[in-house]
Design a protein around this ligand. Structure first.
Ligand SMILES: [Zn+2]
Length: 249
């Protein structure tokens, strides 16, 4: 059994039997993995306080051909993100990012960009940058890393650039339609061109500057509606944190 080592972020951690824990991690080198930490409650030397949700760690693990779960061997803390667990608002934001990553990804598909994205946004949450805009930027960048990026720069059908005030978002087609192409089509959401420009900015803004981004009230409302609808198509399970975070938005 080879031993692997990788940076990882804890997505879920649940007690299992008397002494073990089942842990879901997003890793830099292997994508999402699920494993068992044998004797996690007793072995402070091997696991310490590394197995809390949001912890950023160095993980070493074995893979067993006979088991879907990897065997966690040893974890070292890189950053505990304690601040997230001490403030319910910060925790709501971080839990949403964590749960969205868990719900949108399959196991063992490496995605270094997604790992880095999650780390940057946990850091923003711990710093207390809890604007609703941050959730939307996270969603749109997550979609891009997973290859589901919606197209906002021109009409999906006639390819003309968007002008006027209103266009229409199609969740099924993954982008926007001009009023001519949208005529009489079902299940479209009207959206202002201003919101589309804001979402284009959210797709491209340098993440070091994301704390300063600001949407108009209309763009906040519209972008939430279209991204929620779009993401729902890809969710592998229902999000528990959505209602939780909405109490604080
Ligand atoms: Zn068109």
């Amino acid at each position: 059994m080879p031993l692997y080592k990788t940076p990882a972020i804890i997505l879920r951690s649940i007690p299992y039997s008397e002494a073990d824990r089942i842990v879901t991690l997003y890793t830099l080198d292997f994508g999402k993995i699920k494993g068992i930490a044998k004797g996690a409650k007793r072995s402070r030397k091997r696991f310490g306080n590394t197995l809390e949700v949001c912890s950023y760690i160095t993980l070493s693990f074995f893979e067993k051909e006979t088991s879907e779960l990897v065997r966690l061997n040893h974890c070292d803390l890189i950053r505990s993100f304690t601040g997230l667990r001490e403030d319910i608002h910060k925790l709501a934001w971080a839990s949403y990012f964590i749960e969205l990553v868990d719900a949108m990804t399959a196991e063992k598909i490496k995605n270094k960009g997604l790992f880095k994205l999650l780390l940057i946004f946990l850091d923003l949450a711990e710093k207390g940058i809890l604007k609703e805009e941050i959730q939307r930027v996270f969603e749109i960048r997550l979609l891009a890393h997973l290859g589901y990026q919606p197209l906002f720069d021109h009409c999906l059908r006639c390819k003309k650039s968007l002008s006027g005030e209103k266009v229409f978002f199609s969740a099924r087609e993954g982008g926007v339609l001009c009023p001519v192409c949208a005529a009489n089509l079902p299940r479209l959401i009207p959206v202002s061109v201003g919101t589309i420009k804001t979402l284009l900015l959210a797709q491209t803004i340098l993440l070091e500057k994301v704390g300063r981004i600001s949407f108009s009230a209309q763009s906040l409302k519209e972008s939430k509606a279209i991204l929620s609808l779009f993401i729902e198509q890809y969710l592998k399970k229902e999000l528990k944190t959505k209602k939780f975070i909405e109490q604080f938005s």
